[in-house]
Design a protein around this ligand. Structure first.
Ligand code: HEM
Length: 475
């Protein structure tokens, strides 16, 4: 009997070859330039505005719902921008390490809107200022600030009434703002005296509260915000003119502001000074509030923090302490509480500009997109932080704190080359102030512990309701 025309083995081979050919053709023709597809896109239905209105109602929830529906990378068209959100390990790594994304290009326009710094001046000065700040506020130079800051904190704590009822956030602001500006800008350089403070505080608060929208949209949309911004810029013009004449010549006697002026050599000095003031206050203040609120609201945590403080300084009360860097190292539980509060209340989003096509998760993100990463949601990824919603200071073991290392996935200060240059100073000042408050005062929370307001993507989360405390000097 004649055999088959084609052997069964070679028939299978031909079939497989055909299938492979078809598959290759399908893959090539599906996308003629052989590019991975763009990420799924949420456009809304109104031209230009896109999904801005829907997202504006509750941006934090909006992006998390979109992540659950579309996966770890998706684009939102909003107010003329394409915002591409990424998450997960691959996303975090691309955001901080990829050469296809750029920090300065992402923040240039917001900087121009908020402090009227022209594009050319910003690109010329930015990296130089960042280098100066990273150096001046680095971990091994904290000693240069610690004694002055401690003296300022105690001075302003002593001015509080011995007991009272107050919004915890206001209590923190009342001490932190004057102490920190006197330390970083020079004693008495910014308004800190009672008679000048009120007007300044009102303008600064309006500026800070409107920063998120003021940084994105033209100034004429926000009249009050614009007035406060102009008031602050004028104030800094006068401050800078005076400081240029009076700044100390010795390096060690200079405050951070003087080093900034040295770098800028007369260009846009008052504009950058305003930005420095904002950067030094905007996150550290609310973070101190949250750290104290978390500690006071949980009796076991509160007790443990007090017992740690007592073990270092003796019975908590009114004795004059002198807190050194070494003392702070002996208070790891309080520091763990601060880092855990930061994890839970960190900024809703940080940003980079995509400057060349960026391949991530089998998608290609086009140049021009703003790449968005949410520290707030990364900190709720159980791969990094098991039981993410729980306030668990124990996650921050002493060994990690001693090495000045953060836990993997902790990005409250951003990351990569453009990580917050003030992070070591911020941790030190918050640590010191929380310890001083707990050492000197007894607190009782009068309102239920507030959640974070879901209305903000930029900066540390704000409380969504009152958080009053009864406070009293310890005997
Ligand atoms: C708890 C307090 C603070 C938090 C959570 C925080 C967080 C951040 C974050 C997330 C960024 C962006 C990083 C990135 O995109 O990768 C940033 C930038 C920055 N931070 Fe902080 N920060 C804090 C305190 C401070 C303090 C105390 C200062 C100054 C004394 C400061 C100065 C700055 C400056 C100047 C930048 C911009 C850096 C640049 O333009 O390259 N920050 N911060």
């Amino acid at each position: 009997m004649p055999g088959p025309l084609i052997e069964p083995n070679s028939a299978v081979g031909i079939l497989l070859g055909l299938l492979a050919g078809l598959l290759v053709r399908y893959l090539l023709t599906r996308n003629p330039r052989n590019h991975p597809p763009s990420p799924p896109c949420i456009r809304g239905w109104i031209p230009w505005l896109g999904a801005a209105l829907e997202m504006g109602k509750g941006p934090l929830e909006f992006i998390e719902k979109a992540r659950q529906k579309y996966g770890p990378v998706f684009t939102v068209v909003a107010a003329g921008n394409r915002l591409t959100f990424i998450s997960g390990k691959e996303g975090v790594s691309a955001f901080f390490k990829s050469k296809q994304v750029n920090f300065t290009q992402a923040v240039q326009k917001p900087v121009q809107h908020t402090a009227s710094i022209a594009e050319e001046s910003f690109y010329k000065s930015h990296d130089d200022i960042l280098k100066m700040m990273t150096f001046r506020l680095s971990h091994n130079r904290l000693n240069a600030h610690i004694t002055r800051l401690y003296n300022e904190f105690t001075l302003h704590l002593d001015q509080l009434s011995p007991q009272g009822t107050k919004e915890l956030h206001d209590l923190v602001r009342q001490v932190m703002y004057p102490a920190v500006v006197d330390t970083l800008f020079g004693k008495g350089v910014c308004p800190t005296a009672k008679n000048t403070l009120k007007e300044f505080e009102e303008h600064f608060r309006t500026f800070d509260e409107g920063f998120e929208y003021g940084s994105q949209l033209p100034e004429w949309f926000f009249k009050d915000w614009s007035l406060s911004k102009q008031w602050l810029l004028k104030l800094f013009k006068n401050i800078v003119a005076k400081e240029e004449e009076n700044k100390p010549s010795e390096d060690s006697a200079k405050a951070l502001l003087h080093h900034l002026l040295d770098r800028l050599k007369g260009n846009d000095t008052h504009n950058y000074s305003l930005l420095l003031l904002w950067a030094s206050q905007a996150n550290a203040n609310p973070m101190t509030f949250w750290a104290l609120a978390f500690i006071i609201s949980e009796p076991e945590v509160y007790e443990k923090a007090i017992s740690e403080i007592t073990s270092v300084f003796g019975k908590a009360g009114q004795q004059d302490l002198s807190i050194t860097e070494e003392d702070l190292k002996r208070l790891p539980f309080v520091k763990s509480c601060i880092l855990e509060a930061m994890r839970l209340r960190s900024p809703g989003a940080i940003t980079r500009k995509v400057v060349k096509p960026l391949k991530v998760y089998n998608y290609e993100i086009p140049p021009g997109d703003l790449l968005m990463l949410s520290p707030y949601w990364v900190h709720r990824d159980p791969q990094y932080f098991p039981e993410p919603e729980k306030f668990k200071p124990e996650r921050w073991t002493q060994s990690i704190l001693e090495k000045n290392a953060f836990l993997a996935g902790f990005i409250a200060f951003g990351g990569g080359k453009y990580q917050c240059p003030g992070r070591w100073f911020a941790l030190m000042e918050i640590h010191m102030l929380v310890v001083l408050f707990l050492y000197k005062y007894e607190f009782q929370l009068l309102d239920p512990f507030p959640k974070q307001s879901n209305l903000h993507l930029v900066g540390t989360q704000q409380p969504d309701g009152p958080c009053r405390v009864k406070y009293k000097l310890r005997e």
